[in-house]
Design a protein around this ligand. Structure first.
Ligand SMILES: Nc1ncnc2c1ncn2[C@@H]1O[C@H](COP(=O)(O)OP(=O)(O)O)[C@@H](O)[C@H]1O
Ligand SMILES: [Mg+2]
Length: 357
């Protein structure tokens, strides 16, 4: 039985359908991410799970027990759901010490004092805050403040942890470290994580499975690599990782780049019609030394001009022009690539196909 189950969950704000018939099952112990652009309905979904928002339609249950249901007209208030929660803003109480910040929710729950002391110590230790017990949050860094919020959620001993962009306010290096810390905490305590983010790298790094949404509608659910390699549609392809959409004209299965005579593929799907997009990742395009000679060799060689070359540390980012297309290519720095302004020959190794619209 899935631990968390959402059936046709829908939420409207006036004319805006923030979440549109969302169906989802999350297993116990999974780290599951909601990924999508700002405004796509991630926070609203999380707030419905937490119980801060009721749902307009559908049903939500945890361990087989109904928490919210529009059919049964039932709604369990958040304080009875016992989820751990961490939000983007460092929601810590400035007038309480670190210790009391973590202890407070347990005091409200009327947990015995010795048990509170035990749990707070354990949570502070797990988040590396033991030496900060007596400090006030204002004296601590952003990373430490977010650890207080994490410790507070852990001390509740939740079955499910709800995290809404918890690392967005931290700088890049700390954000990356904290990803691993959250993973480690999950391994240690075994809770289920629902993790909301607009950052695809974060979702890829953390998730066992993830859901990509747009305008309140689920676009794809799956393992991060599955979504990266087999995106369900154009939106998912462009949202996850870097992407090229090359306009092509298709004749007899041959895709010729729009505005040129260069064949990009001999394997265009026939059902696409006369015009389509050939999509590829910048890392899947190679520079080749010699033009191919045999017409049967796949994939074909394409002549292009290097419009721009940029060094991004270990990676070199190229933009090459062919007819009406601009193709982005990324190569490790150690790969010898052509210089800006020169002619080059490229080959596209992995292609996906999308209709013009
Ligand atoms: N309390 C609210 N009142 C009115 N509209 C809201 C409210 N909360 C969210 N929305 C709208 O619902 C949509 C989804 O918002 P949200 O769930 O916050 O997206 P995300 O977390 O993915 O950025 C947006 O169009 C947003 O403007
Ligand atoms: Mg949000």
């Amino acid at each position: 039985m899935a631990q968390l189950k959402l059936v046709d969950v829908t939420k409207k704000f006036g004319d805006v359908i923030a979440v549109n018939k969302l169906n989802l099952e999350v297993e116990k112990g999974e780290c599951f991410s909601f990924l999508g652009p700002s405004g796509c309905g991630k926070t609203t979904t999380l707030r419905m799970i937490a119980g801060f928002e009721d749902l307009d339609e559908g049903e939500l249950s945890v361990d087989g027990k109904v928490f919210s249901s529009s059919f049964k007209k039932y709604y369990l208030p958040p304080e009875h759901r016992d989820f751990g929660m961490v939000f983007q803003a460092f929601a810590v109480w400035p007038h309480l010490t670190v210790y009391d910040n973590v202890a407070f929710p347990l005091q409200i729950r009327k947990i015995p004092r010795h048990e509170i002391a035990k749990r707070v110590k354990m949570a502070l230790q797990s988040t590396g805050l033991t030496h900060r017990e007596e400090s006030y949050p204002g004296k601590l860094s952003g990373g430490e403040q977010q650890r207080i919020a994490l410790a507070r959620a852990i001390a509740i001993n939740p079955k499910v942890m709800l995290l809404d962009e918890p690392l967005s306010n931290l700088d890049a290096k700390l954000r990356e470290e904290m990803r691993f810390e959250i993973k480690d905490l999950q391994k240690k305590f075994g809770f289920t994580i629902i993790y909301v983010t607009h950052d695809q790298a974060e979702a890829m790094a953390l998730s066992d499975r993830m859901l990509v949404m747009d305008h309140g509608i689920v676009q794809q659910v799956g393992h991060p690599l599955e979504i990266y390699n087999k995106p369900a549609n154009k939106f998912v392809f462009s949202f996850i990782g870097l992407s090229n959409f090359i306009p092509v004209n298709i004749e007899e299965g041959k895709a010729v780049i729009d505005g040129s005579n260069e064949t990009a593929s001999f394997e265009a799907p026939l059902e696409l019609g006369k015009k389509a997009f050939l999509a590829c990742r910048p890392s899947e395009v190679d520079f080749v030394e010699e033009p191919y000679t045999g017409a049967n060799q796949l994939p074909p060689a394409i002549r292009a001009r290097v419009a721009r070359r940029t060094y991004l540390g270990d990676i070199v980012d190229y933009k090459v022009a062919v007819g009406n297309a601009e193709i982005r290519i990324q190569k490790p720095r150690r790969v010898q690539g052509p210089i800006e302004g020169s002619l080059c020959t490229i080959r596209i190794n992995r292609t996906l196909w999308y209709p013009l619209e």
